[in-house]
Design a protein around this ligand. Structure first.
Ligand code: OTD
Ligand code: ZN
Ligand code: ZN
Length: 382
């Protein structure tokens, strides 16, 4: 970290901040043309990423995860070969990007499949989607009691369980579904499997932040950039804002503030996971718009803005680059990444594009609206 970066108040324009190269512990890279369009954005910042398995059909076997990993690496090669893809995707680091694969838990999954996938070096974790909780989760788990043997195996072999923590009971208000999940599902699960490593993904509430902070060392949480920036008012600011719609949905301001406190606290149980979830602009801006925020293009810049605003820039590196690998039992990266403070008031300040048209190997580019569209972020990747 640059000694000139100030922990109190904004840094002077031109100040540089160098951190160990970060990892993203929660991404949706999709497949096919969308994969080719987006993968460079993640690879240019992050050395590794935990890749979510919610494709159609979902990734439920080690073989499917291995094949998907090959498609990701091939897509990265193609986006490099095609020169700089439109937007900020030119991938200075792309060549050494490692996708970390996950399996999608279903009620019919054979525990031996996970054991084999881990032994073969294909699977880094498995993902629990309560059926119906989010995009492509209908094949997920209806009742945790139905996957007891799977969870026992994961506990025994040390394969982390990544959880989308929301109840799906339609009688529970959507803004309460995470807090209710803790009481109804998570507490009993942790009691049944005290040795299981669990990541409570994309937490959105003060309840979740407090629960994770107080729980034992086997429970950690990822926090997205968008849940640190927006609250539920943002969804309706001046009209309906589909680009701020994601699951779990943003909550009240007090929850956003609690997440900021957790992320910048220096507590190793909280680490970076963007939950970047691209949907084509047409699919977001529709009568039934898809959930998901595309934050990969400016992810580290987005987090840096929060850490600066909280006077905690000196803790960005640990959150982004140290705590995640420590929880997963992986070595931290050796490379580095440098950000530069820009003068946000200057005419020359670079704004986030209002829309991206990304090359994807077909004749029609993929149109996406990046998180922070049109905003000037204080820190830019060098
Ligand atoms: N949330 N969208 C998606 C996934 C996430 O719950 C999530 O992890 C998606 O589109 O895959 C979203 O809003
Ligand atoms: Zn989720
Ligand atoms: Zn996700």
């Amino acid at each position: 970290m640059s000694p000139t970066a100030s922990a109190s108040g904004p840094a002077a324009p031109g100040t540089r901040l160098t951190i160990r190269r970060p990892d993203d512990w929660h991404v949706h890279l999709r497949d096919g043309a969308m994969l080719r369009a987006v993968v460079g954005h993640t690879a240019r910042q992050f050395a590794r990423a935990i890749v979510m398995p919610n494709l159609r059909p979902p990734i439920t076997t080690a073989a499917a995860a291995a094949a998907y990993r090959q498609r990701i690496l091939a897509a990265l090669g193609e986006s490099d070969a095609a020169g700089a893809p439109a937007g900020p995707a030119s991938a200075p680091f792309g060549a050494d990007f490692t996708p970390l694969m996950t399996a999608y838990l279903t009620e019919s999954l054979d525990p031996a499949e996970l054991e084999r996938g881990q032994a073969e070096g294909i699977l880094t974790a498995a993902k629990l989607y309560p059926a119906g909780a989010t995009t492509n989760s209908d094949a997920g788990v209806r009742d945790l009691a139905h996957i007891g043997p799977v969870l026992e195996t994961m506990e025994r072999i040390g394969l982390p369980l990544l959880i989308h923590g929301e109840v799906t009971d339609p009688a529970v208000d959507i803004f309460d579904r995470e807090a209710v999940f803790i009481e109804r599902q998570l507490i009993p699960l942790l009691e049944r499997h005290p040795g299981l490593k669990v990541v409570f993904e994309h937490i959105t509430t003060a309840d979740a932040a407090a629960f994770v902070a107080e729980a034992g060392p086997n429970l950690a949480a990822t926090i997205t950039p968008h849940h640190l920036h927006i609250n539920r008012n943002s969804l309706f600011a001046g009209g309906l804002r589909p680009d701020f719609y994601c699951l779990p949905v943003a909550k009240r301001e007090r929850h956003r503030l609690a997440l900021r406190a957790a992320a910048t606290s220096g507590n190793p149980k909280f680490f970076l996971g963007t939950d970047t979830a691209p949907h084509a602009r047409e699919a977001k801006e529709s009568a039934c718009g898809c959930a998901g925020i595309y934050n990969a293009p400016y992810a580290i810049e987005s987090y840096a803005a929060v850490f600066e605003q909280e006077g905690a820039l000196e803790r960005l590196e640990a959150f982004a680059s140290t705590f995640g690998p420590r929880f997963y039992g992986l070595p931290p990266n050796t490379g580095s990444l440098t950000l530069e403070r820009q003068d946000t008031e200057a005419e020359t300040a670079e704004a986030v594009p209002v829309a991206l048209e990304l090359a994807n190997g077909t004749s029609t580019p993929t149109r996406l609206v990046p998180f922070h569209a049109g905003e000037v972020l204080p820190w830019r990747l060098v």
